[in-house]
Ligand binder design. Structure first.
Ligand SMILES: [Zn+2]
Length: 142
């Protein structure tokens, strides 16, 4: 029982870092507001903290949850209220990926991916690094 609790904690931490990375990738610093990004489905601008990392493919199985190719910044209304706003999400994905790539994403929910405790720690560390790399790159450009 104690172990189950622990894996939930590291999984949550992995998600927090992954979500931060997605929202950093999909926003740009704008003075003085801070980071601003466009919701991928309603195209409205939002502050970093008002954006969520929204999935193109529903379900939170591991093959889908931490897949950065199918996760983009979305507002709360589109992600939660409109349950990811699938029709608009589909249109966006088709501007970014080929039909063949979309078809491969559709198969993701059927792939069983088992993560152990250490995998979540690794994911958290990997995405923390990737977020920092994005921020470092921005600082080099300015
Ligand atoms: Zn939206």
């Amino acid at each position: 029982m104690k172990n189950t609790k622990k894996i939930t904690t590291v999984k949550k931490k992995a998600w927090t870092e992954f979500s931060k990375y997605i929202r950093t990738r999909d926003t740009k610093p704008q003075w003085p507001e801070g980071r601003i990004g466009t919701c991928v489905t309603c195209k409205r601008p939002y502050e970093f903290k008002k954006l969520q990392a929204g999935h193109f493919i529903p379900g939170r199985m591991n093959s889908v949850l931490f897949n950065e190719s199918i996760v983009f910044a979305q507002c709360y209304h589109c992600n939660v209220g409109l349950k990811s706003n699938p029709r608009e999400y589909d249109k966006f994905m088709r501007t970014k990926y080929t039909e063949k790539e979309i078809q491969s994403f559709d198969k993701l929910p059927y792939i069983i991916k088992k993560y152990i405790y250490q995998d979540y720690i690794d994911i958290a560390q990997e995405y923390k690094k990737k977020t920092q790399a994005l921020l470092d790159k921005e600082n080099d450009l300015s």
